[in-house]
Design a protein. Sequence first.
Lengths: 464, 492
Amino acid sequence: MATAAPVARARRSTELSLVVMAGMITAIAYTFASLGQYTQIPARIIPFLLTLLGLLLLAHLAVRWFARGADPTVLPLVALLHGIGYVMITRLEPERLAGLQTTWSVIAIVAFVLTLAVVQRAADLARYRWTFLLLGVALLVMPLVPGVGSSFGGARIWVSVGPVNFQPGEFAKIALAIFFAGYLADNRQLIAGGTWRVGPLHLPEPRALLPVAAAWAFAVLVMVAERDLGSSLLFFTLFVVMLWVSTERVAYLLLGVVLFFGAAFVSWQLFDHVQLRVDIWLDPWSEAQDDGYQIVQALWGLSDGGLMGTGLGRGSPDIVPVSESDFIFTSIGEELGMFGAAAVLMAYLLIVGAGLRIALRTENAFEKLLAVGLTTIMGIQAFIIIAGVIKLVPLTGITLPFVSYGGSSLVSNYVLLALLVRLSDSTARRLQEIPDDPTLAERRAARKQRRRATSRRGVRGAVT
Amino acid sequence: MNRKIRQLAAGLIVLYLILFAAMNYWQVGREADLNAMDGNTRAIRREFSRPRGDIVTADGLVVAQSLATPQGSDFPYQRQYPTGELFANVTGYYSLALGSTQLERTQNAVLTGQTAEQRIGNVEDIFTGGEGTGTVQLTMRADLQEAARRALGGRRGSVVVVDVQTGAVLAMWSNPSYDPNLIVQPDFDAAVDARADLLEAPGDPLLANAYQQRYMPGSTFKVLTTGIGLEAGVVALDSDFERLSSWTPPQTTNPIENYNGTNCGGDLREVFRRSCNIAFAQLATNIGVDGMVNGVGAWGIGQPVPIDLPRPAASTFGDTEGLDQQLPLLAIRGFGQNDDQMVPVHMALVAAAVGNNGVMMQPYVVAATLDSQGRTLTRTQPTEWLRPISAQTAATLNSLMQSVVTDGTASCCLQLANGVPVAAKTGTAQLNNDGQPERSHAWIIAFAPADQPRYAISVVVLGTNEEISASTGGRLAGPIASEVLDEALSNG
């Protein structure tokens, strides 16, 4: 069994109190939303509270069992975001989506627990990097297969399995991040080194860069074909960041920026829907009744909320189309005010900080890069959608991690969280902060080896 | 790689700081500007999604209420007016895009539970399941209002009943009225059309004509003239008026005639009960310009009627500049023609003042406001408005007005059940010029019981084509006043 570890105990106690605090905040917000809308304490407050605490405790216990050295702040922050998101979704669509989001929340927490249980050594993932590449590509391509995939809202990113619709692209991101981390960890010197001379330029060996560049180009193309601009942007950024961090060459960063603006310009020239998005971004006011309606109502919602917000249940975020997923941030900004929105921003920033801290602490290159990749996915995804809904950049349709309504998004982000927690725990073990207990797999392997050794010895008799 | 990771962290922090700055820009910097933009309906929607309390009559009938809408409707409540047009002019309407009027507007804070007292009291609603709304209790009686509508029937006009001692308005009906349910219906286009139609309809159904319009009073004005004369000592019960059928006032050669050129004269009681125009023309001339101007001012003419509803009209005596050079006009105005115009509610208050020892009370329709638990928030206290005449003059006028009923111009048609004594003055305001088809407003003002006055009423039937005579007012308006006063007295 697990040996004693005061550091782990301290971390887990902190995490428990923070998780309970996040749960209480969610419950209070849930009550206020009902008070705001119906001037009544919500009828099902007790079952809600019990389910909420049950799920949170389940997640916390999973961390306690499987990753007890992990950073104590990430799970509570995620629980807080998840809770705020859940309260907003219930407030916006109590009939249609609240029940669904509850189901997906349960599935997501279960996925979190399973990921922690299955992935006992983060470094093991590196072994399967080519598998993850294939998996990632398959998931990306799935919606394009006729008969399997379907279009919705102009983007062909959905796949239906029975009654359930999910977005394989959300999981593809994680798979491809694992692949990149694994490949770059091994080959970064080669990619960083400028051994191939092309005139005055020192370029890396094409053989080294090719697989990664090909995977990336393929991913971006598929996303463009699926008209999922937000994910293409996210993916592009992920790749550029991982390449830059692993090779430590600024040239890749600059190249990435140039390529991005180039591609953006080309897509603006070629595609109507891109032009429309840019037009609305520049001037939504003149189209306030049709194309600009969504963003204009969102901004009016924000200004109606002001600093303190209108109060949960007392604003009109429901008149913004898609207020429960893409525009959930402005719904929060409207009802919880700038203070509430700032709290959400802080939460994401703190999660990003924790993730990068994990990256800094670990010595293992693969784990470093994986932590960077996963953190970048979450941090940049949140940035892109928030910036889009407040008219800082053109709007793209991606979800706000943990907060938006969306089953695939929620599950994939909890898997991502589990991996981060796993990385944090691995680092703690390696740094001897907690004793490094053998995993189930390792114990089984050790037992097998012992049996083999004793069976050999057994021919000769007892041990001497 | 660590250096790059730190740089990445710095970069992400900068990105999030930019987001924070952008949020500041929208939610603080441009907050006022965005909130004021055309097309921003958030404040209105917030208003409109609140639960809203009832407006009830004194006898407990709900005349405005909010009903819960089925799930999935645009708004959680739909405002409904169960009595349709009956109380429309008092309650007004409360609609999303077409605004709110009358009590729905002025009592909005009480109805939505936003007054300071209600906010404090609403805390317990969270646990008792109340909705934190307030109730507006009217002084008006549904049975009287219905009686007024029934009695007036399809004719254009108004009926106002006030409590003599308090000024509380017990009934205030004018025809045409309108059904506010048409304006608050969820189908916005239909509502807009309905309102547009009403705006163009003849008779101004959207206006509460009983207190927002004024009409030529005809002979009912003689009550005021007599009161002014008695107070000034210019006339007394035993004053004698020469029997004349025609009289030429100073500064003109055009004579004034009685109705149908009849002969009329005698003591004050005689000319009052027969409503002789010449006598009152002479009286007004004798009182003089200053006397009349001050006198009508004492009766409240020129002041908006102090009712607790928006935009009341003010009665008028016409332009008084240079009136001393136009004495014929003064004379004619003395018997309620020319530029005299009286607001129907004001006319009821005139009758009430006579019945209340000369004290004219302020009219009001809101008796009390209650919170969601039924506790009283405010209760209107009866307030004196004016004292146009002394108690003695009032007693004299009371006696004169009783003569109008017993053997005067109202004797045909104003009789109350159980022989209850009633005092009244009729009026027929001639609208046409000589030679044109006859058109007039038929008035009556009255109070009952005459010996212990409790209810005062004014009735005007507008623009009738009946043959004009001294008794037209009595014949047309008298039965209406009868029916309504009977209803008032029978139910307390």
